[in-house]
Design a protein around this ligand. Structure first.
Ligand code: SF4
Length: 267
């Protein structure tokens, strides 16, 4: 092969001691934006969720518009009723988001859990990151913002457990220093820690150990999918990590924050 053709094309080098989680399947081996630190404020979650709610309402109105002649044959009042229902749903979505925003801003749990971080909010996590992607925002930023909103609402509720009822869930990708720090916190507070090599094992550990609260550590992508699956059933605080060497390897985290989360749940 001539040297010129050997130089052509992108050579992707993915280190062999790194096993990617499926959330990172499409990673091409290039360094992550901002050295893998996606900490941001909550504005992206609110902005993209608002756009998502508006987009769903507009899509609903377009469908009614396209089907209006057929619907009118069934009942002349049907198209207008569906427009009104669509508008009411959009208004309810906007009101809900405003209440979540107010809860976030005031650190108060204004809505029951199932209408907030243990229910409806979880259903919007993926909506916000998908809308963000449509606008060219890498999902990790929006997921970080969504987890920040989730945590603030979860923090606003009083929930105390004994040390043996709390479970710390950590991923397999922590750096040595981060792992040592987590184990030190777990030892000092006498809390069980489970290293989940895959999301499915984390869920299995929760099923088997039946904790009454969980402090979970993961990257933004894994955190959103874990919260989506678990946070409706038990209280969870989620700590996202920084990935200076790319995904699934040598992750670091804010140990002071981790300790705060553990202390929040302990009596
Ligand atoms: S938590 Fe770690 S191992 Fe799991 S997908 Fe995220 S970066 Fe990869």
């Amino acid at each position: 092969m001539p040297a010129s053709s050997r130089r052509a094309g992108l050579l992707v080098k993915i280190e062999t001691d790194r096993r990617l989680g499926h959330e990172w399947d499409e990673w091409d081996g290039t360094p992550l934006a901002n050295a893998g630190d996606f900490r941001t404020n909550a504005a992206k979650y609110f902005l993209f969720t608002a756009v998502g709610i508006l987009g769903i309402a507009v899509a609903g109105a377009v469908v009614v518009y396209l089907l209006a002649p057929r619907l009118a044959q069934l009942a002349p009042w049907l198209p207008r009723s569906l427009y009104v229902a669509d508008a009411l749903l959009m208004a309810a979505g906007a009101l809900w988001l405003a209440l979540i925003g107010f809860s976030y801003a005031t650190d108060r749990a204004l809505l029951p859990g199932r209408f907030a971080e243990r229910g409806l909010l979880l259903k919007t996590l993926r909506l916000s990151s998908r809308v963000g992607q449509l606008f060219g925002v890498q999902r990790d930023w929006t997921d970080n913002a969504a987890v920040a909103v989730y945590n603030r609402l979860a923090w606003a509720r009083e929930w105390r457990v004994r040390a043996n009822e709390l479970l710390i869930l950590i991923p397999r990708c922590l750096s040595r220093a981060a792992l040592d720090g987590v184990m030190d916190i777990a030892r000092r507070y006498d809390v069980a820690t489970f290293v989940a090599t895959r999301g499915a094992y984390a869920r299995q550990a929760i099923r088997e150990r039946r904790p009454r609260a969980v402090v979970a550590v993961a990257c933004e992508r894994d955190m959103v999918s874990g919260l989506h699956d678990v946070a409706g059933r038990l209280p969870v605080l989620g700590l996202t990590m920084q990935l200076p060497n790319g995904p699934c390897k040598d992750a670091s985290l804010d140990l002071a924050k981790m300790e705060e989360f553990v202390r929040k749940y302990l009596r």
